[in-house]
Design a protein around this ligand. Sequence first.
Ligand SMILES: Cc1ncc(COP(=O)(O)O)c(C=O)c1O
Length: 380
Amino acid sequence: MALDIPFNRPYVARRTEEYLREVLAAGKLAGDGRFGERCRGLLEAQLGSLRVMLTTSCTHALEMASLLLELGPGDEVIVPSFTFVSTVNSFVLRGAKPRFVDVRADTLNLDESLLEAAVTPQTRAIFPVHYGGVGCEMDVVLAVAAKHGLAVVEDAAMAIGASYRGRPLGTLGDFGALSFHETKNITCGEGGALIVNRSEFVERAEIIREKGTDRSSFMRGEIDKYGWVDVGSSYLPSDLLAACLLAQLEEVESIQARRQEAWERYDAGLAGAVAEGLIETLAIPEECQSSYHLYGLLLANGEIRQRVQSRLREGGVQTTSHYQPLHLSKMGASWGEGAGSLPVTEAACERLLRLPLYNEITALEQERVLDLLLTVLRGI
Ligand SMILES: Cc1ncc(COP(=O)(O)O)c(C=O)c1O
């Protein structure tokens, strides 16, 4: 049977085509054009942050943060193993090493109670990941970082619109990184943003983002020619992508409201299965406002997850799992302490199932997912 309820269906915002036509008509397609500037302005206003720089991906925003912190050989970074490879690649590319820590069983966010013990004389930074757009316990993360003089880079790939104690995620550490990949709440296909929360990094961030040149100053008319002044790469998205992004950012409130509604519909529909002990669901701590990026549930074990997932697929519903434990991956194993060392991460990677959730999912589609899922769960 064809999959008629996909896991994700990218949303096309109302004014996308109009904005794309404007860029094409203006004939200025490169980065930091009119639309890029409008996206920056909107994001800075929405986040209340010092400076936001659009990037070609969240991966690149994280790489920029690692470059700016000058992470390198001999340095260690505390990071969850339960994350996407980009969080870790960003500093591994520079020669720094990950120190993997386990996650909390309720949110699958970095377990803040393990941080202090993970700090060594080589530790330079902590990279918390706000899983599903639910904030890590940032009071503790920031306190441990301050005590040991560590930088904090928030991987807020899934967290646009989310906050911790009323403060937008991505604005609490030294840097935050957002993703606008096709699967995210707000998307331009591939894209991201670096949130710079400390003024002393702004100038160098502009240079690194512009191939190591001071072209940004030149474009503002501050200097009469630009040159090569530092290391850098090309991290600017085209104004065509910024046009798509702006159309979405203008609708951020209604997008988030729709996702919250969809998330709550799943949560209410699955309350019975939770009470019966068939599944566990992920928590949103009181101090966190979620971005409602994903709906995840934990099945009893990996074998049951596989069975549930294939039965759903047979019924036309696509689900996904999330993350291989990085400390057990081919690349990450050399830095990890082997199987059994991060038990919550290892179990979550086996047991987690993510249900279809996209901006335009309908109540009818969700009812079909729920009916099928509950039938499968109760028959297993
Ligand atoms: C936690 C996390 N960080 C970073 C990324 C990379 O984002 P991008 O595809 O925008 O580079 C992802 C991708 O989904 C992610 O889940």
